[in-house]
Design a protein around this ligand. Structure first.
Ligand code: GTP
Ligand code: SPV
Ligand code: MN
Length: 601
């Protein structure tokens, strides 16, 4: 077996914090009997434990220590080159019937899948340490917060989970001793990191996740996409709340008026960047703060949506991150950060495509090979990532620990579209907004294995993350709308429209404040807009474009509705809905008819 680190043996007082809940003990015993590890390490989330695990990871080459002066307390991990992104084709929703998983998910029968996975897990941890990682998702005192346990044979997973979740004793306390309490069971084993034996399986009815054969991010940090979105969305519908692939940000005006906005963009389409936006100089006095950069859990209270960020850290795309594009991210990852698959310079600093300054004359690339600026290969993998605690973010919102969450004034959907879709527009009402989300599309990115740059429908940026039938998910959105007396306004944005020269028309990043400002103006009922077939569109003078170097033609192109392109788009909406085989709610079919009719007027 390649690259798999053997067991480690902690001194007394480390690795022995056993939970007292009998249901957890029974489950760990069962998985231990199956996987046959050398020993069991019970994590408590303490500093001492973390130091021990880092020291052992360095000895076993699971981590490389970075330059203490340049990036203090930070490390580099290289995953297997065959294992660098989420793999959607081996991600399964294992519900009793195929209908429950729906037309957009890979389905496999639960009993068969358990027996296949238990077969693979049989003796899988021989000679290794089995770690038991207790964690919570959500602020410690939130009613939305969930408890999870992840069993893993990867120290990289344990160290990442400590950054990405509230991990350790806090979860044991929250769970308590009730053997019937709700908690998520997650089992992860690297096996031999063979793509042919890689499966990420979800059993929503059992609140269980089993992931084997990968050591990479979204496949193995089971708190994130697996629990917070796939199992989360299933529980959310059952329990009447929402689990969404959304950032959450706060916007405060110079007068001190604050709004919170949630935005769903597909993987690697700008959530982290938008959540950490720094307004341009022209918006002096405006402040944007980050509640979350990837996932929102929302509930209805007093007819409004309130959101919490269930996570405790950011697992962000590294390439393209610079002081120019995202200074808050750069400051966040200057220390106490776990990097995956970036390049290593000769002085043990990190490097990636798009970082500020000159590329190093020599580096070791993400695969561990020599690299120079003349190399054909990229120094950092396009989906290389940082894991950094949210506390590192200079723009962290003060309400991030608030259990009741923050009230959401606007929801923004957005994809990566070279053409057709304008910079920003607003839905006429909630159901129209649900239609915008349900029909959104985006060019695929390196965040998942497979082709990059292919336009695909990705409803609400949840195509790979909805843990049940997408038709029922649309229905849930419509039903939530009925319960909202003060619903958020819904918008669609596209930072990625290109001009005839193939270049982005919009400067993006901090300048997205100009679009956000219009969104806030609309929430405040002060912003102007024109009625178009697709929704409310700002005219160029409704957007504050002062001190921005952009010509009239580009603005017109950004806001334009090309009827020919939209005829194609409308046909694609129909093809997509048809492909779902009759699960699309009547309300959305009606929205499509109305959209078609508006184009004929
Ligand atoms: P996940 O973590 O995969 O969910 O991604 P994300 O949605 O958080 O995307 P992120 O903010 O990390 O951005 C992904 C890529 O898009 C990076 O290469 C960014 O540089 C680029 N990007 C982000 N915002 C903008 C923008 O406003 N304009 C342009 N042109 N590129 C952007
Ligand atoms: C995404 O792909 O949407 C991510 C990265 O946020 S991962 O955690 O790998 O799924
Ligand atoms: Mn994401």
């Amino acid at each position: 077996m390649k690259n798999i680190a053997p067991a480690i043996f902690p001194p007394n007082g480390i690795g022995d914090t056993k939970p007292t809940n009998q249901a957890v003990l029974d489950w760990v015993h069962e998985i231990g009997k199956l996987t046959k590890p050398e020993n069991i390490f019970w994590c408590d989330g303490s500093e001492r434990e973390n130091e021990f695990l880092i020291a052992e990871s360095l000895k076993q080459n699971v981590l490389i220590k970075l330059n203490e002066k340049k990036v203090p307390r930070s490390y580099l991990h290289r995953s297997n080159p065959n294992d660098v992104a989420r793999v959607e084709k081996v991600t399964f929703i294992c519900t009793p019937t195929k209908e429950e998983a729906g037309p957009t998910n890979n389905w496999s029968e639960p009993a068969d899948t358990y027996s296949k996975l238990y077969g693979l897990l049989n003796g899988a941890m021989r000679g290794r340490t089995m770690f038991v990682v207790p964690y919570i998702m959500g602020p410690p005192d939130s009613p939305l917060t969930k408890v999870g346990f992840e069993i893993t044979d990867s120290k990289y997973v344990v160290l990442s989970m400590r950054i990405m979740t509230r991990m350790g004793k806090i979860a044991l306390k929250r769970l308590g001793n009730d053997p019937k309490a709700e908690w998520n069971r997650g089992v992860h084993s690297l096996l031999d990191v063979d793509p042919d034996r890689r499966f990420i399986c979800h059993f929503p009815q059992d609140n269980t996740i089993i992931s084997v054969g990968s050591g990479y991010g979204g496949n193995v940090l089971l708190s994130k996409k697996c629990l917070a979105l796939r199992i989360g969305s299933y529980l959310a519908r059952k329990q009447g709340w929402m689990a969404e692939h959304m950032l959450i940000l706060g916007v405060e005006s110079p007068e001190g008026k604050k709004h919170y906005v949630a935005a769903a963009f597909p993987s690697a389409c700008g959530k982290t960047n938008f959540a950490m936006l720094i307004p341009p100089a022209h918006f002096n006095g405006w402040k944007v703060t980050t509640v979350g950069d990837d996932i929102a859990w929302m509930e209805i209270r007093d007819g409004r949506l309130f959101a919490v960020n269930p996570e405790n850290g950011y697992f962000g795309v590294v390439p393209g991150t610079s002081y120019k594009s995202n200074p808050n991210a750069m400051k966040s990852i200057e220390h106490d950060t776990l990097y995956t698959n970036v390049a290593l310079t000769d002085d043990a600093d990190v490097w990636w495509e798009g970082k500020d300054g000159e590329p190093p004359k020599h580096a070791i690339d993400w695969r561990g090979n020599d690299w120079t600026p003349d190399s054909k290969e990229k120094a950092a993998h396009p989906n290389s990532r940082f894991a950094t605690p949210m506390r590192n973010n200079p723009a962290l919102d003060a309400a991030v620990e608030k259990g009741e969450g923050v009230p959401i004034s606007a929801i923004i959907f957005g994809g990566r579209r070279s053409d057709t879709v304008p910079l920003v527009y607003e839905a006429f009402d909630w159901n129209h907004g649900v239609y915008l989300g349900a029909t959104m599309a985006s060019e695929t990115t390196a965040a998942a294995t497979g082709a990059v740059g292919k336009v695909r429908r990705d409803p609400m940026a949840m195509l790979p993350f909805c843990g049940y039938n997408i038709g029922d998910y649309f229905r849930h959105w419509i039903d939530v709308g009925k319960r909202l007396t003060n619903p958020p306004l819904i918008f669609n944005v596209n930072w990625f429209r290109k001009g005839a020269n193939g270049k982005f028309l919009w400067p993006g990043f901090g300048e997205n404040m100009r679009v956000l400002k219009w969104v806030i103006d609309r929430c405040e009922r002060t912003g102007g807009a024109l009625k178009s077939p697709v929704g409310w569109l700002p005219s160029p003078h409704d957007l504050d474009l002062e001190e921005l170097d952009i010509d009239h033609k580009s603005v017109a192109d950004l806001l334009g509705i090309d009827h020919e392109e939209w005829q194609k788009e409308l046909a694609e909406h129909k093809t997509f809905f048809d492909s779902l085989g009759g699960v699309v709610p009547e309300e959305l079919l009606k929205q499509r008819e109305q959209l078609v009719a508006r184009f004929k007027q």
